[in-house]
Design a protein around this ligand. Structure first.
Ligand code: FAD
Length: 426
């Protein structure tokens, strides 16, 4: 037998966007139900920032617009209503101390993502709002162009006045984000911009990367080339894996590569291991070292210039006789070494799947949502927040900020709709 439950606001999904929507709405009403299909809320939030949670960053708002795609200006109102200082004030208020790290990124001082989740849950519990776990929303039914009934997998029927859809994207599906919200929205008339795995590690041809497996490089010049044209370049960290390349620099560049990889275009990553030196300066350095260490074996000379694993790789790639000593290192050998140092190339033949993607690109078209409220232009009692939207940011706290800001605005707007509706009935 189905149980029918009335509720003012139904929030679907207890990730950061759903929790922020609930905290925001709870300032105006306690008639809120949060449905979460997993056994507990915030499973993905716990994994963020290598379980340390890069909460947000302190770059100015204009920088956020540059790092969010494809239509960051859609977030203008949401950011004006609730931005980085607001989530930090909220967390500080709950006793979470934060610390600024490189590139203005903010983390909990404890280094634990769990503290962020506990704080958000604590805020809700303080207002006597609880998450109903193991409750998966299956379908919506419409009446007079409004969502009238919501069916859950266990047969429960919910009768909400306002609905906020916060089911996230498709990445890391083990956390509960399996793309359910896209089909729920599509069935009530929303257009879904095709989704793809974004911010993903890249797979390389041959065994060059796997020979260097485990090696991580600090500030390296990393450029992305598609059909022999340079598309983008950044300086950053990367790591060699058994399948190819990963690490922040690669993951951030992947956004410009994934579609072309899927279309089987020629995609290449080129590494500049000495981004701070131009060719000439690098040659001076090499000559200087050779002059100082004339009797040194080539193997050891390479180790002056490169991490040990990379030094071996270079000697093999360049087919250099390792018995030679530094003073036998010819101008031609120096040139070949320098060329490889300035442009170590990896042909990209694939990318990792949604299982390993930090974020999902594509989603609910923002053209069908009012940016001032997060309300659907198609179904007026439906709101959206978080990664389900066709918005995604680079690494660095941008994606969580999208979730908090849109969640906060959606919660406030749904509560105000509920209030207006209740007043009109009174
Ligand atoms: C490994 C990893 C590390 C990351 N690190 C960072 C970081 O440090 N900083 C940063 O800014 N971003 C980071 N991100 C991205 C960030 O975690 C997401 O963008 C953010 O969690 C999106 O929030 P959300 O609430 O929209 O969706 P989600 O966090 O995906 O939450 C959606 C929730 O909805 C629930 N749900 C789904 N379908 C249903 C249904 N049918 N019924 C009921 N409930 C449902 C899910 O179980 C889930 O709990 C990281 C992502 C990953 C995968």
């Amino acid at each position: 037998m189905n149980i029918e439950e009335k509720t003012g606001i139904l929030i679907i999904g207890a990730g950061p966007s759903g929790l922020l929507a609930a905290i925001s709405a709870s300032r105006f009403t306690s008639d809120i139900t949060i449905a979460e299909k997993m056994y507990a809320p915030g499973r993905k939030l716990l994994l963020t920032g290598n379980r340390r949670c890069n909460i947000t960053n302190l770059h100015p708002m204009d920088d956020f617009y540059k790092k969010i795609h494809p239509n960051s200006k859609f977030l203008k109102h949401a950011f004006n209503v609730f931005f980085a200082e607001d989530i930090l004030n909220l967390l500080h208020d709950c006793g979470v101390e934060t610390a600024e790290e490189n590139d203005r990124k903010i983390y909990p001082k404890s280094g634990k993502a769990e503290d962020v989740l506990v704080a958000l849950m604590g805020k809700l519990n303080e207002r006597k709002i609880y998450v109903t776990c193991n409750l998966k929303i299956k379908s919506f039914s419409l009446k007079n162009n409004l969502i009238d009934c919501v069916e859950c997998e266990d047969g429960t029927i919910l009768k909400p006045e306002q609905i906020i859809l916060c089911t996230g994207g498709k990445s890391y599906p083990g956390t509960g984000s399996t793309g359910d919200g896209y089909s729920l929205a599509e069935k009530v008339g929303h257009c879904i911009i095709p989704t793809y795995a974004n911010l993903v590690p890249l797979e390389t041809e041959g065994d060059n990367a796997s020979r260097l497996q485990g090696l991580s490089l600090g500030k390296t010049g990393v450029s992305l080339w598609i059909n022999n044209k340079k598309i983008s370049e950044i300086k950053g960290e990367l790591i060699f894996t058994h399948f190819g390349l990963s690490g922040p620099a690669i993951i951030n560049l992947s956004r410009y590569a994934v579609k072309d990889i899927d279309k089987e275009q020629s995609v290449e990553i080129r590494l500049d291991l000495y981004p701070q030196y131009d060719e000439q300066r690098l040659d001076f350095k090499m000559q200087d070292d050779i002059g100082k260490h004339g009797k040194m074996k080539i193997d050891n000379l390479f180790k002056l210039w490169l991490p040990a694993k990379m030094a071996d790789f270079f000697a093999e790639e360049l087919k250099i006789d390792r018995e030679l000593t530094a003073h036998q290192f010819s101008a031609e050998m120096r040139k070949r070494t320098r060329n490889l140092m300035k442009s170590l190339r990896f042909k990209i033949i694939g990318h990792r799947s949604f299982k390993e993607a930090i974020v999902t690109a594509g989603g609910i078209s923002t053209k069908e949502i009012h940016s001032k409220t997060m309300q659907s232009r198609i179904v007026p009692n439906l709101f959206f927040a978080g990664e389900i939207l066709d918005l995604d940011g680079d690494t660095g706290g941008y994606n969580l900020q999208i979730a908090y800001s849109t969640g906060w605005l959606a919660g406030e707007s749904a509560a105000s709709n509920l209030y207006r509706k209740q007043r009109s009935l009174a």
